[in-house]
Design a protein around this ligand. Structure first.
Ligand SMILES: [Ca+2]
Ligand SMILES: [Ca+2]
Length: 283
């Protein structure tokens, strides 16, 4: 291969993998899914987490595979999966035991994206101050993984992907209320927050924090009001599709949520619906 071809091939591979953020998104599709917690995407598939399961979907919404026993073999007790990410053929899941609004036994569990089987886990550093894991995000450019905390949302926690070592936390100012999912692109963190009260028909929100300066604190800015969901409910995980740069946001509707746990249904619903909202970038 000529040198310029090699350089071009490396450049093309690099740009194809890097998600890019837009400033304005338009809803193009809603896909019913099984899981109520998180979403991730690679070039060919969507991955969805339920509280106790992992699902793999073709991008037309067809269910391809599932693992309904994802805690088998894990080194710590577990009953809850939050938002997930996928990178280099592996699914990263923030896992814990979650009971009545509090988490314990936090771990980053890594699964094979083909078989959905568990491979290994990255240990939580309890001294970091993190008390819950609602979601995580891989920083593809820097080889890091970040965890967010729904109970005490003041900080995001950074770990090294290769060694699993805890590195630092970043102070969010202001703190979004009831964070759910996070996703990192171009050094900036997108956060979903379940800050709209579904009892009052309030929409939930996405926020963005620029972490590129490496500082101990980051300013959180509004990114998008999610007022185009079919009914205000519980916003969950989010991701950017690396093939299309579509914004993917999971949301639940129909169930009344108290302290993070479903407690009965709103009028007109006899079950909770889980939907993947697919947004195309328009600028
Ligand atoms: Ca969640
Ligand atoms: Ca809400």
């Amino acid at each position: 291969m000529r040198k310029w071809m090699l350089v071009w091939a490396l450049w093309a591979a690099g740009t194809a993998a890097a998600q890019q953020l837009g400033t304005n998104y338009r809803l193009k599709r809603v896909i019913p899914v099984e899981g109520r917690q998180g979403v991730a995407a690679d070039a060919d598939y969507y991955y969805v987490s339920g509280s106790t399961a992992l699902y793999k979907y073709a991008k037309n919404g067809e269910l391809i595979a599932c693992n309904e026993r994802p805690f088998e073999g894990l080194p710590l007790p577990a009953n809850h999966i939050g938002d997930i990410d996928v990178w280099n053929g592996e699914i990263y899941a923030g896992i814990e035991t979650f009971v009545d609004g509090r988490g314990e036994h936090i771990q980053v569990a890594v699964y094979d994206a083909d078989s959905l089987k568990w491979r290994r886990s990255i240990d939580w550093n309890a001294d970091s101050g993190q008390v819950e894991v609602c979601g995580l995000a891989v920083d593809r450019d820097r080889g890091k993984v970040w965890m967010a905390d729904w109970v005490d949302g003041r900080y995001l926690y950074e770990y090294d992907l290769a060694s699993g070592r805890y590195l630092r936390k970043v102070h969010l100012r202001p703190v979004p209320q009831w964070q759910q999912g996070i996703f990192m692109a171009e050094g900036r963190m997108l956060l979903s927050a379940d800050d709209g009260d579904a009892d009052l028909d309030e929409a939930d929100n996405l926020y963005i924090a620029d972490l590129r300066d490496g500082g101990s604190a980051a300013t959180v800015l509004p990114f998008r009001l999610m007022d185009d969901f079919r009914r205000p409910g519980e916003i969950e995980g989010l991701a950017i599709d690396p093939a299309t740069n579509d914004l993917l946001v999971l949301s639940n509707r129909g169930a009344r949520i108290v302290l993070g746990m479903p407690r009965g249904f709103y009028p007109g619903y006899d079950r909770e619906l889980h939907e993947l909202y697919v947004y195309e970038r328009i600028d």
